[in-house]
Every structure is written in structure tokens, then in C-alpha cells.
Write a protein that binds this ligand. Structure first.
Ligand SMILES: Nc1nc2c(ncn2[C@@H]2O[C@H](COP(=O)(O)OP(=O)(O)OP(=O)(O)O)[C@@H](O)[C@H]2O)c(=O)[nH]1
Length: 369
């Protein structure tokens, strides 16, 4: 008995209805019939197999493909459902066992402030069974404990450093004060030294070095200003006999008295009284012509005379001085410092020659040699 699409004995495909009527199979790939013959075997009492017939199963391709598609669909749905279930299980497990601890660890590390490590910090993950994230938390806690120790240590060092710095600052300040004091002392000592180096030890007035410096300065200044410069040489009269008669110490005392008298007799504060050497003195007066200089020197002669220091070896019977005065305008053509010195010296010589206790004003033109 056959039903549906079959292949008849001639190999043609026919469709057989339930009532036995036949019709042609509709063309198309899916309508094509397919068949498989199953032999019917019989094993006799001797064990020999006999082929006693066969039965053939027919089907059309669309039935087979439909069945296969159905089965495939079932497998696909099954797989999708299983995958989804597994995925949700995985998500749940991941979130429950990994996601939350990782998030906690991440939040903890993000909120860590390494500048605030004075108080110890640590993180503890929940759960009785320890896994890799607990080990990671342990490692973080260990690192934080080390950082905490280092921070405490660093703070102690920092405090020590601050104290050292403060004591160093205090030391520095006291050193600066001492240096300032020493610098001041040194400056004063220098000033004293300079003053000493420019002062005559016996009389306390300017010495020869100071005289030389002052004379050059005043020469240049007078040249700049176009003003006259006066120079005078003074010599104590008959001083050798005084020394011989009264003694060298008495001679020193006379030199001091004469120096003080000359100093008190100068016309202006800026005028210089210097000990030129031995019993010789010199006066430098800026912006002073010969006449004014001679007047000043006469006042000095009178002042020394007025001291009335007894001098048995002098014709005047007392200590007197002689002076030679010269003045010139350094800006004048031919004027020179050496010429001024020579003129004053020559005038002094003349004062001595003319009888001492007098002032001679150089009248000759002072020309550089
Ligand atoms: N006590 C003392 N005497 C000095 C000093 N310097 C120089 N004399 C002396 O001064 C004297 C100068 O003498 P002289 O140059 O011969 O001249 P004078 O006797 O003053 O005679 P005239 O200058 O011609 O009036 C010398 O005896 C020097 O020893 C000093 O610092 N102290």
C-alpha cells in the first residue's frame, strides 16, 4: 500500500490519494519524492538469513526539510535559552563576587589622599571565602601601612629639620649681628688707622702724607673752580738752640703748642694745618690769594708770639715762627704745583734771612720749572 508521493516501478513520481487515485506530482524541488527501501530478513533454524521481502518508506523533500528545520529551530531556541540563562547566572555571580568588590576597591583607591597618611587607612572586603580580590585588598593595606609608617617617619624628620632650620636661622641672625658689629668695628678701626696714617703722632695735626694728598686735591679743585690756592711754610725760629738749651722733650712740647696755636688760627674750617717735617709746618688754604694768606700767617705769628714761651737762645727771648707765603691760580698758564712749593719755600727762606718772626709773601711769578 502506498500513500502520498511515491516512485512507481517505472521510476516515475506519482501522488496517491487515500482513495487510491493517482495524480502527477507537482513539479518543484521541495515536491520531489524520496524513498528508502528496508529489506525484510528472516533467519531460519539453521541461522541462514533469507530475504523475504522489503518495505519502502517514501517522503517528499519538503517534509524532510520541514522536519530538519523544525529540529534546528528547537535546537536554536534551546541554545538561546541556555545561553541567556548562563549569561544571567554569570552576570549575577560576577556582580555578586567580583563586580562589587572591584568597585569598592576602585572607590577606596580613588578616594585615597596620599597627603593625609597620618591616620592609618585600610580596606576589608566582605565574604568568608577569600579569593584574589581579598589578596589584592591585603596588598593595598600592606602598601598603605608602609606609607603610613613612612609618613610618620617623614613628619618626625620634617619637625627635626624645622627645629634645625630655626636654630640655624637664630645662629645666622646672631652671626649676622656679630658680622655687622665686626664690620662696624673694622670700619671704625680702618677709619682710625687711616686717620692715624694721616695724623702726626707728636702734634695731632695732619702729617706729611696728609699734606701731600690734600695739596694735590686742593690744586685740582682750585684748577676746576678757577680760584687761587695759598700755600705757606712755617718754621720755628732758633729751634736747635731751644732743644739744646731746654731739652728735646721741652722742644716736643713747644711743637705741640705751636701746632695747636696754628690750628686755632686758621681762617676757615677747610684750611689745612700740617706738620711738614721736623719743626716745619705748612698751611693750605683754598680760594685764598697771597694777601689774605699773608694776613692769616701774620695772625699766626702773633699768636705764637703771644704764647710767650721763653727762649733764651732767641733774640726775641721767646718762641717765634717765620713763614713764607705763596699763592697762585692753578688754572693760570704756566702755573704748577712744584712752582708753588718752591715759591713758598723761597719766601720762608727770605723771612729767615730778613730776621725771623715775620711773614714774607712770594711776589715772583710761579712758573713750572
Ligand atoms: N724736640 C724736637 N726737635 C726736633 C724735632 N724735629 C726736628 N727737631 C729739631 O729742630 C731743629 C731744627 O734746627 P735747624 O734746622 O738747624 O734750624 P733752627 O735751629 O730752628 O734755626 P732756623 O730755622 O734757622 O731759625 C733740629 O735741632 C732738630 O733736631 C722734633 O720732633 N722734636
Amino acid at each position: 500500500m502506498a500513500l502520498g508521493n511515491i516512485i512507481d516501478s517505472s521510476g516515475a513520481q506519482v501522488h496517491i490519494e487515500e482513495d487510491g487515485s493517482q495524480s502527477a506530482v507537482r513539479p518543484g524541488f521541495l515536491n520531489a519524492a524520496t524513498s528508502h527501501r528496508f529489506p525484510i530478513l528472516y533467519r531460519d533454524e539453521h541461522g541462514v538469513m533469507h530475504d523475504i521481502g522489503s518495505w519502502t518508506v517514501y517522503s517528499s523533500r519538503h517534509v524532510v526539510i520541514g522536519k530538519v528545520a523544525y529540529g534546528f529551530t528547537l535546537i536554536l531556541i534551546n541554545s538561546v535559552i541556555k545561553t541567556l540563562v548562563l549569561w544571567f547566572i554569570f552576570l549575577y555571580v560576577f556582580r555578586r563576587w567580583l563586580g562589587q568588590p572591584i568597585t569598592r576597591l576602585a572607590d577606596f583607591v580613588r578616594e585615597l589622599d596620599l597627603n593625609q597618611m597620618e591616620t592609618p587607612r585600610s580596606i576589608h572586603l566582605p565574604g568568608r571565602r577569600r579569593h584574589e580580590l581579598h589578596f589584592l585588598a591585603d596588598a593595598i593595606n600592606l602598601m598603605l601601612a608602609k606609607l603610613h609608617r613612612h609618613t610618620i617617619h617623614n613628619h618626625a624628620l620634617y619637625k627635626e629639620l624645622e627645629q634645625e632650620k630655626q636654630s640655624l636661622s637664630a645662629l645666622n641672625r646672631s652671626l649676622e649681628l656679630r658680622i655687622a658689629e665686626r664690620t662696624r668695628d673694622l670700619a671704625q678701626a680702618n677709619e682710625q688707622l687711616r686717620s692715624l696714617s694721616l695724623t702726626d703722632g707728636l702734634t695731632g695735626i695732619a702729617n706729611r702724607r696728609s699734606f701731600d694728598e690734600t695739596l694735590e686735591q686742593e690744586w685740582r679743585r682750585s684748577m676746576r673752580h678757577g680760584t687761587p690756592l695759598m700755600l705757606a711754610f712755617i718754621d720755628v725760629d732758633w729751634f736747635k738752640p731751644y732743644n739744646d738749651h731746654y731739652g728735646h722733650l721741652a722742644g716736643d712740647a713747644v711743637l705741640r703748642q705751636v701746632a695747636q696755636t696754628l690750628r686755632q688760627s686758621i681762617a676757615r674750617v677747610g684750611d689745612t694745618v700740617a706738620r711738614y717735617g721736623g719743626e716745619e709746618f705748612a698751611i693750605i688754604a683754598a680760594d685764598t690769594d697771597g694777601q689774605a694768606g699773608a694776613d692769616m700767617l701774620r695772625r699766626m705769628c702773633d699768636a705764637v708770639h703771644a704764647l710767650a714761651i721763653a727762649h733764651a737762645g732767641s733774640a726775641m727771648g721767646r718762641i717765634t715762627i717765620s713763614a713764607g707765603v705763596a699763592s697762585c691760580n692753578p688754572g693760570q698758564p704756566g702755573a704748577g704745583l712744584d712752582g708753588l712749593l718752591q715759591a713758598a719755600d723761597a719766601a720762608l727762606y727770605r723771612a729767615k734771612m730778613e730776621g725771623r718772626n715775620r711773614v714774607v709773601l712770594a711776589t715772583e711769578l710761579i712758573v713750572s720749572p
